[in-house]
Design a protein around this ligand. Sequence first.
Ligand SMILES: [Mn+2]
Length: 383
Amino acid sequence: MTMDDRLRREQLHGQAMTDAEASIPERRSKERMAFALECGLPSSMSVRDRTIPLFNRSRRTWSHGGSYMNVPFQEDMRELGSPDVAFLGAPLDAGTTFRSGTRFGPQEIRKMSGLPSGYNLEMGVDLFESLDMVDAGDVNVIPANIEKSFDQIDKAVGYIHEHAIFPVILGGDHSVGYPDIRGMAPYIDGNIGIIHFDRHSDISEYNIDERMHGTPFFHATNIPNAPAANLVQIGIGGWLGNRSGVKVSRERQASVITLTDVDRFGLERTCELALELAWKDAKAVFLSFDIDSIDPAFAPGTGTPEAGGLLPREALAMLRILCREGIAGMEVVEVSPPYDVSDITSVLAVRIINDVLGILVSEGKLGRLTNGEDEGIAPSEPA
Ligand SMILES: [Mn+2]
């Protein structure tokens, strides 16, 4: 190795992004801090940092206030307006076929969302500076009737799309994927592509004689503008009940990318292909992320774990490519807190959500990359 081949400090991404941090605005965080100080009264004199109020009004970390990352809770849905992002809980587990508990997914994901600051060094993005976000709370699901629950979720998700807002749906078992797409479909002027992360194909017509969490993509791809040709299923495999679904994937010509493919062709090439397939003649792409696509060593809190799944860093690297063309909505499903250990599954769900939002911001597909008053504002919906 010659001197010239040696890695230099100036080549480091970490160095470049450390420098880039200086140009990220702090206007909103300063406003929030000033407001919290005003409302929370001055601290006792022994506290040196005089920006720390007496009463905690940031409602983050262990003082978590209940909404996703403590963004404003949208009490009055008539006044939804036009923020960039709305978080929406779909606390349903009536569609589970083995271990239940996903009805507690939204509240646990929200709880662990109190930890991130909103800033990501590697992306050079501060979500709070770049996005207007609200938490719309939970859909009122009807636990004893999955079809009524679908109608409720469909209508609620549709209401968010009607306002041209990017929905982040916190599941809930994977049965919510069907009403999430059904609610979106009328607002997309053309075909919808679906990028589906999962160990299970979830495209059977029925589970146990009903539409449950193994069936969303059968019914979603019956929607005229959500053709199976634009469905890309990533991570399918293992030993759990895929056979009836695989038959449907074959008949409908959905695309199936296994972990063998990812290993053989690499993350980049498989994701390039997935993008091409999902976007072929489509106007928008929806991201359906089943947390059980990740190995249960990292995501144990889920209903139907399947060993040998994706590593978190692989999934995050894949999302970096898959989301760069923009997406029009996302769901993270199958987080089941009663089976979790140290909240690690919810921590991962939060990471996935925040990474997707950060990628959309850094690619200019959502919100504003900088926050100057007269900066251009990117459209909420991808072109
Ligand atoms: Mn699954």
